[in-house]
Ligand binder design. Structure first.
Ligand code: GLN
Length: 545
């Protein structure tokens, strides 16, 4: 039966619980265990799909079409296990389901309450689809003491009691702040946080203490004594120089050994960490560097493009180069003349226009596509980026001056238009033009067929791919001939030939636009072929400028 590891956070948010969950999973995997990670989010949105990236960072999309928390991206990047709808649940989704059941009369007259109905639903979620897993790691969003996370903590308490001691381990992540004036690390916030957790009925087994300075032995002993855990279970967690160094670092501090010991598992072989050693070696010893400009809208918060940022790093790992990302606000370009724009873009070895929503900044994105096309700079357009590349081509090479997207308002030339019907694995999907925004995009994995002699076919090394989507609009197939006359080749199409999935410019050193999000499937130990190839082209470009 699968064993459960519960991860909570205390003192402050942003302690990197998600990374720690992902790293622990990687370490257990490296010992041959089968692991899954789940995330419980206490907020009331049904999923993060309707939240602004500024609120919540990137929305991570799974193969099965769920819009989930960005931590699921870390989980997938660190373990290679494809995340699923059933790996992320919010209070909003739990309440929605309970209220729907209540309205149907399923509770047969009972009073519907947080305990047992909400806590039962949380436990059901934690225990769903366990198959032949050895460990399930459940990360609880938020900070212990928050009102909204109480039902989750209570559900864990019940589960620990129901499953028996040897079946669950609780890890609490805390902060040990450094007070410069006193020159000391302070353990009091950790003590308080653990007291809070214990008062809710959960005695943690392992404490992961985030600190900016090494944790002296005396402080470690003090935390152990006050928090009722063995000293070896107080794991210091200093900031790592790269997120991919975290598994090795936490292993060095004994995290995985302590977790196994808490389960009563001892004497197992050490983890096989060669894969992680190789990644860290490539990151630490690059043989060159390139600068990629990302021309987007949410550039003030790089978490909004988390997977993209990581996929660029993976492209660097594949080519043994350091990738510098320059975040450029597309809106700024709109008040600048051609020479000013060129001055911003000339130092770049590659230009990437990422996914996005809404009209703001679109003219700036179109101008950066034009610059990349005319100057032969490697160009990568993702989702909205592909749409911008098609509008640029339509306007400047196909003579369709009014080309636009119907996302930006009524247009006579909808080169990019709303789709309301398409084929999915489960049949024909239909949407209302003015319907709900939540969960109604073309979401999740769809296949695409690649043209025989295309650049992307050579890059992928195969003629059929599956990639993840999240968009409402598509390049309008009726403009295919006009766009092709403007030099664009439709090199990837949906199997029914209706939906353009990939465009490229054969005359250009590297110019590819994709309607899907390849960054979601890239991993440090398996860089996505498009990112590996894009960075390779950027390396060539860096030798020219
Ligand atoms: N806004 C565009 C659409 O909905 C692109 C979406 C995206 O880039 N993810 O089609």
């Amino acid at each position: 039966m699968a064993r459960f590891i519960f991860i909570t956070g205390g003192v402050v948010s942003s302690l990197g619980k998600g990374l720690m969950a992902a790293s622990l999973a990687a370490l257990l995997q490296a010992r041959g265990y089968k692991v899954r990670i789940r995330k419980f989010d206490p907020y009331l949105n049904v999923d993060p799909g309707t939240m602004s990236p500024y609120q919540h960072g990137e929305v991570y999309v799974t193969d099965d079409g769920a819009e989930t928390d960005l931590d699921l991206g870390h989980y997938e990047r660190f373990t290679g296990v494809a995340a699923r709808q059933s790996d992320n649940v919010t209070s909003g989704r739990i309440y929605r389901d309970i209220i729907a059941r209540e309205r149907r009369g399923d509770y047969l007259g009972a009073t519907v309450q947080v305990i047992p109905h909400v806590t039962d639903a949380i436990k059901e979620f934690a225990r769903a689809e366990l198959e032949d897993l050895d460990f399930v790691i459940c990360e609880i969003g938020g900070t212990v003491g928050d009102i909204e996370s109480l039902p989750f903590i209570e559900a864990i308490r019940q589960l620990r009691n129901e499953l028996g001691r040897g079946q669950t381990v609780s890890i609490h992540t805390t902060l040990v702040p450094y007070i410069a004036a006193a020159g000391e690390l302070k353990t009091k916030p950790t003590q308080h946080s653990v007291r809070e957790l214990t008062s809710l009925g959960i005695q943690p087994d392992v404490l992961l203490c985030r600190c900016e300075h090494p944790l002296p032995d005396t402080e470690r002993a003090k935390i152990a004594q006050f928090c009722n855990v063995p000293k070896s279970a107080v794991i210091p967690a200093l900031d790592a120089r790269s997120i991919y160094a975290v598994p090795i670092q936490y292993h060095g501090e004994g995290l995985d050994d302590e977790v196994l010991r808490a389960f009563g598992i001892e004497g197992v072989a050490a983890p096989e960490l060669r894969r992680w050693d190789d990644i860290v070696d490539r990151l630490d010893n690059p043989e060159g560097e390139v600068t990629i400009g990302v021309v987007g809208k949410y550039v003030g918060l790089p978490d909004a493009y988390k997977s993209l940022q990581e996929a660029l790093v993976h492209g660097g790992i594949a080519n043994r180069v350091k990738v510098h990302t320059r975040w450029l606000d597309a809106e700024l370009f709109e008040n600048e003349n051609e020479a000013e724009i060129a001055a911003r873009l000339e130092p770049l070895h590659g230009i990437l226009v990422p996914g996005g929503f809404g009209e703001r900044g679109s003219e700036g994105k179109i101008q950066s596509v034009r610059f990349a096309r005319e100057r032969g700079v490697p160009f990568f357009g993702i989702c909205l980026g592909l749409q911008m590349a098609c509008i640029e081509g339509a306007r400047n090479l196909a003579g369709i001056a009014a080309a636009s997207s119907s996302e930006f308002g009524p247009t006579d030339e909808p080169v990019v238009g709303l789709i309301t019907e398409w084929d999915s694995a489960s049949g024909r999907e239909r949407r209302e033009a003015g319907g709900d925004l939540g969960g109604t995009m073309r979401l999740g994995a769809y296949p695409a067929l690649l043209a025989g002699n295309s650049h992307v076919r050579a890059i992928y090394g195969t003629g059929e791919i599956s990639e993840r989507h999240r968009h409402r609009y598509e390049v309008n197939i009726h403009y295919k001939d006009a766009l092709e006359a403007g030099g664009l080749v439709f090199s990837g199409m949906s199997p029914d030939g209706e939906l353009p999935e990939i465009i490229e410019r054969p005359e250009h050193p590297w110019f590819v636009g994709v309607q899907f999000h390849p960054e979601l499937k890239s991993k440090p130990f398996e860089p996505h072929p498009l990112f590996a190839s894009f960075i390779e082209a950027a390396v060539r470009q860096s030798r020219l400028v």
